[in-house]
Design a protein around this ligand. Sequence first.
Ligand code: FE
Length: 345
Amino acid sequence: MKLSRRLTRYLPFSALALAAALSGGAFAQEPVLNLYSARHYQTDEALYANFTKQTGIRINRIEGKEEELLERIRNEGANSPADVLLTVDAARLANAHELGLFAPVRSTVLESRIPAHLRTEDWFAFSTRARVIVYAKSAVNAEEVRNYADLADPRLKGKVCSRSGSHPYNLSLMASIIAHQGEAKAEAWAKGVVANFARAPKGGDTDQIKAVAAGECGVAISNTYYVARLMRSGKPEDKKVVERIGVVWPDQQGAGTHINVSGAGMLKNAPNKAAAVKFLEYLASDEAQVYFADGNNEWPAVPTVKIANPALEALGKFKADTLPVGSLAMHRAKAQIIFDRAGFR
Ligand code: FE
């Protein structure tokens, strides 16, 4: 300590800070990770506490809505304290990538744990959700809605409900349809769906499910976790909703059901890059995967990890589309153009 005190007079500040950090002495900075998160689930608390327990790295969490966080990181620019951005939806993660906000991460842990189609060079999916068809058992036969294509079939005229075509969940679904079938077929599909609307798009996925149960719509598209949330709800009105609906895994004979993700990436200007990589690797661990996925009724991205979620078990097994999440980004802009042209607002 005597030596470092004497050095104080001669060393510039940065070298001094480095020396203090290396010595682990009183001047050492506590290791931290600045996490910008669009997830707000209770189980995430345990997730973060366990990371700190394992690594000694404290987490500073900045929570916000998805678009707000992106905007904030952009505005902070080179001075951004953000180390990791954690958010939902492939289209949003792809947007962050296109804006050049992420830094590439090479990690043998992440490469061996996360399947290739669920990662890119700079962001990684840590859980998946599927976009399913929900139908009113009293009004529609499950056989009529086996595929996304069925939603555009004239026999469903006046029965289809959906949230906005501008919402990232629908843009990602549309991007996958473009990737599999090309733009012309994708546009014909969008026009067919619009022609079948029971009402103009409004509300979120849960609103569509409730409208199906109420008889206002015959079919709707929804993410699985919204269905699972209703299935696990103790409220009598939610139980009634669940009794009235059926759920279909679309495209089981084709490409498989479209899946979307929750994911994260390290930011280009991250001040704590080593901590950021450690955190991403931690999210791929068995323990973190369970918290991360189960907390929002999603499936772990790491295929060997099993969760005991009664609602997901009740929904059963399905074939998921293995289109690489990064390629959804490629068709995102086109997806919006096609929805606009089709009047899917
Ligand atoms: Fe959601």
